[in-house]
Design a protein around this ligand. Structure first.
Ligand code: AKB
Length: 320
């Protein structure tokens, strides 16, 4: 059995990943690490929650020792949009937080560390369509710089210390449980909320912006499948491309109009347009498919139907 700590459990992915892991491994086996925010009832009622900040090593060590943690998942990160507003904060959280976790895992001889990466590792000189697993990594955002460094650092700990460190390059993640915060792909979540609430959305990137995206159930599946994969079968460690779907904002709007015909969209691109333009249209994830059997379930229309239903229910209950 493993004792897992998820750092960054209040975030978009962390909040759902904790619940999924608790269903698989048992509630008391998965500690939700929360920094400042009040944890949701779902988190507090299904297992332990602790205040954890990857930059506060002393508190981190206390939680790790208290629960005999042997697997750490680091979901804490400053994303691309916020990173451009505060590059030093992005460096501090994304790099110093990561190395604190890797060092602690090394000292405590932990079984596994999961270090998520992102399509933000790519940049304007990377091939944009079916971006290969191994390609040019010259991002133009500080977030991307920290993600490239994070991939290399994780791989270094595998090679140098024989540790089990794994990671995958998340595309834009779309979900209805916890809002994303500070990312460029946040428009792909906001569009559904605004479609339900106001039947109208003003998008901060233009209609032709095409990015790789993934629905949360696929994101959780990819994360758990990579954690469970046989280490000896992994040809990569901290940098697996994982694709699911790829669409423009205009295509999203069309998908929504199938359910809400009066939905309207207009465009006011801001600084995040340049970030989106520096990222790929789609990724080649054949390494993930071959090494650990990755296969997504959701396409755009299936996701749209699910998102609108879930957000519609929240709206009807007055929760949003
Ligand atoms: C962001 O937009 O910054 C993130 C990401 C793609 O990693 N969602």
């Amino acid at each position: 059995m493993k004792n897992i700590l998820v750092v960054g459990s209040a975030g978009q992915i962390g909040s759902e990943l904790v619940l999924t892991l608790r269903e698989i491994y048992g509630g008391d086996k998965v500690v939700a690490g929360i920094r400042k925010t009040k944890p949701s009832k779902k988190l507090t009622e299904t297992g332990p929650c602790e205040v954890v900040d990857a930059l506060d090593t002393k508190a981190l060590v206390e939680v790790v020792d208290k629960y005999k943690i042997d697997v750490i998942i680091n979901m804490a990160a400053i994303l691309s949009g916020t990173g451009e507003k505060n590059p030093m904060l992005a460096w501090d959280v994304n790099m110093n937080g990561l190395i604190n976790i890797l060092e602690l895992a090394r000292e405590r001889k932990m079984k596994q560390v999961l270090v998520p990466s992102s399509i933000a590792v790519f940049g304007p000189t990377t091939p944009v369509d079916d971006t290969p697993q191994e390609t040019i990594l010259k991002p133009t955002t500080i977030y991307g710089v920290t993600k490239v460094a994070g991939e290399l650092l994780g791989d270094y700990y595998v090679k140098r210390y024989g540790m089990d460190v794994r990671g995958l390059r998340y595309p834009g993640i779309i979900s209805h449980e916890t809002l994303p915060g500070g990312g460029t792909t946040d428009y792909a979540v906001a569009i559904y909320y605004e479609a339900i609430k106001n039947k109208k959305y003003t998008c901060f990137v233009n209609e032709n912006t095409r990015l790789p995206m993934m629905y949360m159930p696929d994101c959780l599946k990819a994360t758990v499948d990579l954690m469970e994969a046989d280490f000896s079968k992994l040809n990569y460690h901290c940098d697996y491309n994982v694709g699911a779907m790829s669409f423009t904002v205009a295509e999203m709007a069309e998908s929504i109009k199938k359910h809400i015909p009066e939905f309207e969209i207009d465009y006011e691109p801001d600084f995040r347009q340049a970030i989106a333009d520096s990222w790929p249209n789609s990724v080649d994830d054949s390494a993930a498919r071959n090494d650990w059997g990755w296969k997504p379930d959701f396409d755009l229309d299936a996701m749209t139907a699910d998102m609108l239903k879930a957000i519609g229910e929240k709206h009807a209950k007055g929760l949003i």
